[in-house]
Design a protein around this ligand. Sequence first.
Ligand code: FE
Length: 228
Amino acid sequence: MLLGEDFDLHEEHRDHNHIHSHDHHDDHHHHDNHYSDMQARVKALETLLTEKGLIEPAAIDAIVETYETKVGPRNGAHVVAKAWSNADFADWLKRDATAAIASLGFTGRQGEHMRAVFNTSETHNLVVCTLCSCYPWSVLGLPPVWYKAPAYRSRAVIDPRGVLAEFGLTLPEEKKIRVWDSTAELRYLVIPERPAGTEEMDEAALAGLVSRDAMIGTAIAGSPEALR
Ligand code: FE
């Protein structure tokens, strides 16, 4: 993209480095209350840049189309199912998620530096971007609206258990919740626990149990009974 540093396009994540200073946060906070202004500003920018011949709207549409229809949570579900089925791959994913995920062909924007966090019987992982909406596009596609909402971004850290309950996920009191704050440099993929009763399932069937929310941490993997 030809957009330079001066254009404060929030989704581009070029405008900050996720240093959590107060000034910085306040600097971004005003966008939350002016989302329609932001949309208008993006539109105006696009028009201006198109008139100047700096961008090609069709190319931008193609990028959006790719992430809306071709790259989505099925990529991530494939990664999870492979990790469940193949101990060597799971180990690689733990050590170097970026390379392990790239080996399946899932690379590209917003997925350059990945870390996989594994749920266990003791610990549940939850991913947020407190500052804006950093998200692993290459494995999950575009983020859901709630992921970008100020309520989720602030409360996921302050009251993760309460947030999970609102998603319909009540975890045992003794289970720890680790909240991971995404940055422009590092994106997280939650590897849910493999559900019981799935020993006979192949990778494709296992992937069907893995929802987008399970890979953000606002859900767990589905049970095989639920598919029947
Ligand atoms: Fe962000």
